[in-house]
Design a protein around this ligand. Structure first.
Ligand code: NAD
Ligand code: 6OD
Length: 499
């Protein structure tokens, strides 16, 4: 049976997760380590070697050297083939990646099996296909002597890319950046979240098995400020930084990148609205918002933390979502009946519970949840919280305006289309929205006016990997996905030849 908690009885059995630099797992004597604890039980599941500034420097130098080695000589088509092999390599070790991801995050195996690991592998294939098929522009021009000139654009790798990742969908969101970076011929230094070091580390083994030249893919573990994250983003040898995480962190990274005027791609926080019209397919809207509020224990950047329901449907919608939320089975990841796992850590649980308390202080009606569920003895140490629904707050309440990143949502009634669009757009975030209606004209009209990088109509978290992805306003800078990733991961050069 799959070992999904990977807890060990004694420290002697706890594995050390090392930095992966220049094709090897590096162990320095006396290096500092930090603990990785299970979100499910709080048991120690791994010790992680914290990269020093010298480690980060070594990783960046290895990545720089690899640019001019065999990797730099591959054609786009050859890189495409290598990326296919990486996807196959992940799939060959599917159960190892699944166990590592579930151990680090505590998410249900059923979710990771269908989302995190397959989509993590798929990223390599999608960007392999993109790089093989993309063309660049060509212009013929007249010259005064009548001979003419031709102009054509060529894409070149931007160089060493720093990749800073969050903990909610670790492999999926890391490969979402590593795959296009490599497809474009760059080399990478990845800084996984301190909460989820395992799948990034494991990917090093696949890189070596596939024969990726050393130095192309490097992993440095640690935290943000004063640790690997800051060392990496400040390092002058890093040519571009791509980041997924909180808006505040993105702003700090942008400041670091200003030294050397280096480009950034930032995928950041959200406070995403769902708008439910009275003409919706009611069952589909309930199914969809159940997922958008509670999947991955609410730890999805695209998740719904505020719902606006057209007034005639309001009471019925609240009652139905409450009934479904109360049926959600909270439990261990490996249990097939588990619908929701724990939060990522005790620290994050404290943050989420502080919002649960704040909602009550602000006068919310707690429709369901609002606390910590009763769990069996073996799971008591985990970072469990109840799925929570509130009503009755005004649009300026903290839990309606601030990203919580937990399994909770506020539901409010609305009366008109103009009014709900204004309320949905009122925040500085603009990552995602979902609209539930069977009126086709309304679907187009409302989607066009919502200020968000992605608007779903009658669905949620359904996205072709070739489409542009990113946030408006304070939810992001830049777009990645399909050919849009090439804008960030390559330099476009114009060659003008006088005939
Ligand atoms: P976070 O910002 O706390 O951390 C993200 C990463 O940045 C971690 O690896 C962390 O160690 C590193 N980091 C922190 N401070 C740093 C610094 N000063 N310099 C360099 N690196 C630093 O985010 P998180 O808690 O890991 O993830 C949750 C957040 O991520 C939520 O806000 C969520 O909305 C957002 N998110 C956004 C998307 C998206 O696509 N827009 C996707 C997933 C998560
Ligand atoms: O579509 C994806 O794979 C993607 N970029 C998802 C982001 C999820 C954020 O938590």
């Amino acid at each position: 049976m799959l070992d999904v908690t990977r807890s060990r009885e004694s420290a002697a059995e706890i594995g050390l997760i090392r930095n992966f630099i220049d094709g090897a797992y590096v162990e320095r004597s006396g290096a500092k380590t930090f603990d990785k604890r299970s979100p499910v039980t709080d048991a120690l599941i791994a010790r992680v070697a914290e990269a020093t500034e010298a480690d980060v420097d070594a990783a960046v130098k290895a990545a720089r050297a690899a640019l001019s080695g065999p990797w730099g000589k591959l054609t786009p088509a050859e890189r495409g083939d290598v990326l296919y092999a990486l996807a196959d390599g992940i799939n060959k070790r599917f159960d190892d990646f699944l166990a590592a991801e579930v151990a680090d995050t505590g998410k249900p195996v059923s979710l990771a099996r269908h989302l995190d690991i397959p989509r993590g592998a798929a990223n390599f294939k999608v960007f392999a296909d993109t790089i093989k098929n993309v063309s660049t522009e060509f212009f013929e021009m007249a010259t005064p002597d009548g001979a003419g000139a031709i102009n054509y654009a060529v894409r070149r790798p931007i160089g060493v890319v720093g990749v800073i990742c969050p903990w909610n969908l670790p492999l999926l969101l890391m490969t979402w950046k590593v795959a296009p970076a490599m497809a474009c011929g760059n080399t990478v230094v990845v800084k996984p979240s301190e909460e989820t070091p395992q799948t990034a580390a494991l990917l090093g083994e696949v890189m070596n098995a596939v024969g990726i030249p050393k130095g192309v893919y490097n992993v440095v573990h640690g935290f943000g400020p004063g640790s690997a994250g800051e060392f990496l983003t400040r390092h002058p040898g890093v040519n571009a930084i791509t980041f997924t995480g909180e808006t505040r962190t993105g702003a700090a990274i942008m400041k670091a990148a200003a030294d050397g005027a280096r480009p950034v791609s930032l995928e950041m926080g959200g406070k995403n609205p769902a708008i439910v019209f009275a003409d919706c397919d009611f069952d589909a809207a309930i199914d969809g918002t159940m997922r958008s509020c509670f999947a991955n224990c609410g730890q999805v950047c695209l998740g719904t933390e505020r719902i606006y329901v057209e007034r005639p449907l309001f009471e019925k919608f609240v009652a139905a979502l409450k009934a479904r939320a109360e049926k959600l089975k909270i439990g261990a990841p490996g249990d097939a009946s588990t619908g929701m796992g724990p939060l990522i850590s005790q620290e994050h649980r404290e943050k989420v519970l502080s919002y649960y308390r704040k909602a009550v202080e602000e006068g919310a009606t707690v429709v369901t949840g609002g606390g910590v569920p009763e769990m069996p003895e073996t799971l008591r140490g985990g970072a469990w919280v109840q799925p929570t629904i509130w009503t009755g707050l005004s649009d300026d309440a903290a839990v309606v305006t601030e990203e919580i990143f937990g399994p909770c949502t506020h539901i409010a009634p609305f009366d008109t289309e103009d009014e709900v669009i204004a309320r949905a757009n009122a925040l500085d975030y603009g990552l995602a929205a979902s609209v539930w209606t069977t009126n086709l004209s309304r679907a187009h009209r409302v989607s066009a006016r919502i200020e968000a990088g992605i608007v779903w109509v009658n669905s949620w978290f359904l996205r072709d990997l070739r489409t542009p992805f990113g946030g408006m306003k304070q939810s992001g800078i830049g777009r990645e996905g399909g050919i849009h990733s090439l804008e960030f991961y390559t330099e476009l050069k114009n060659v003008c030849i006088k005939l």
